[in-house]
Design a protein around this ligand. Structure first.
Ligand code: ADP
Ligand code: MG
Length: 339
């Protein structure tokens, strides 16, 4: 079943245009991420899909063959997972998972069977009678997923479930969440403001900004072929190389770069991981900041591009240049991002 969202839009009573007309399709079994900075309309779009928000006229929602635009929340059969999972703290694991089935008045025997299945699938059988407050972070996440999956939803909607967790747990649960969603073979829409999270979890990412869909594609497409300045910067922090184009060269304050393969009308960007400290490189700048990130040093270099901006370069080496030192840089032309 595909989920089709056509011209979804929302203007709140106070005049805020939270979402401008947005169309997208979630394929059967696909995990689609809505990615964008805080306030760009992600939650609003998710709530429209769920039926929790009344959208503007012109919005159309189609689940499979069924137009659900006017259908009430209870009948849409969507599963929801919220920030920090929002489990019922005074209930057992079993009661949490069975909650949606009880609300829907599923007979007790059938309910028990379905909950047992999910306990098994989510490796929670041993914890079934424990209160959820006694569980680890990973177990809580599995309860939240099992609870949302119990009524066999047509689509699962997740709104920043990981964003309130501490960093170490977040990384661990991110990978486990990605694996579980694939195991369920459910179509899912996963909202996040964290591009690393979106890339790790989603099949495709819809990048949003200021109430509009900027670009939709696989993580690789967005990373290698952004179609706007916003996406280039937001996905992998591409830096613009603003310079003067003369023939085959791009003239920058720090030197000239051969860009013979780049069409004249393209804006050129590069990422820190693709700038090399290289004694024979054509660009020169002065090291201003040095930070150690474990796998590499991140150098902030002034004087390469105009307007006093720093260019960042990753250095995979045991030793670094000193602050104030001049360095030469090279960029493999195949790593330039063109917008
Ligand atoms: P996100 O989830 O991407 O952070 P939201 O969808 O929550 O963004 O919000 C989008 C915009 O709509 C924001 O400017 C927010 O302040 C505004 N907004 C959200 N809910 C309401 C509301 N009930 N009334 C008025 N404005 C709202
Ligand atoms: Mg939100």
């Amino acid at each position: 079943m595909t989920t089709r969202i056509e011209n979804a839009a929302k203007t709140f009573a106070d005049g805020t245009r939270a979402l401008k007309p947005t169309s997208l399709t979630v394929e059967q079994g696909e995990i689609l991420s809505l990615l964008g900075p805080s306030g760009c309309g992600k939650t609003t779009l998710l709530r429209i899909i769920a039926g929790l928000e009344q959208p503007d006229a012109g919005t159309r929602l189609v689940f499979g063959d069924a137009d659900v635009t006017e259908m009430a929340v209870e009948r849409r059969n969507v599963g929801m997972v919220f920030q920090s999972y929002a489990l019922f703290p005074n209930m057992s694991v079993r009661a949490n998972i069975g909650y949606g089935l009880k609300v829907r008045q599923v007979p007790k025997l059938e309910r028990g069977k379905r909950v047992d299945e999910l306990l098994e699938l989510c490796r929670l059988t041993e914890q079934a009678t424990r209160p959820v407050t006694a569980l680890s972070g990973g177990q809580r996440q599995r309860v939240a997923l099992a609870r949302a999956m119990a009524p066999r939803p047509r689509i699962l909607l997740l709104d920043e479930p990981l964003s309130a967790l501490d960093a170490a747990l977040r990384d661990q649960l991110r990978d486990e969440l990605a694996a579980m969603l694939r195991e369920f073979r459910i179509s899912a829409v996963f909202v996040t403001h964290d591009q690393g999270e979106a890339m790790a979890i989603a099949d495709r990412i819809a990048v949003m900004s200021e109430g509009t869909l900027q670009q939709i594609g696989t993580p690789e497409e967005l990373y290698h072929a952004p179609t706007s300045d916003f996406v280039a910067r937001f996905i992998g922090n591409a830096m613009p190389l603003n310079g003067q184009r003369v023939g085959n060269d791009l003239l920058l304050p720090g030197g000239k770069l051969d860009v013979s393969d780049v069409a004249n009308d393209k804006q050129i960007y590069v990422r820190a991981e693709n700038i090399k400290v290289d004694d024979t490189g054509p660009l020169t700048g002065t090291v201003e900041t040095i930070t150690f990130s474990g796998g590499h040093y991140r150098l902030g270099i002034r004087g390469v591009v105009a307007d006093g901006a720093l260019v960042h370069a990753h250095l995979r080496s045991r030793t670094t240049p000193k602050r104030g030192q001049q360095v030469r840089l090279s960029i493999d032309p195949s790593h330039l991002i063109l917008v």
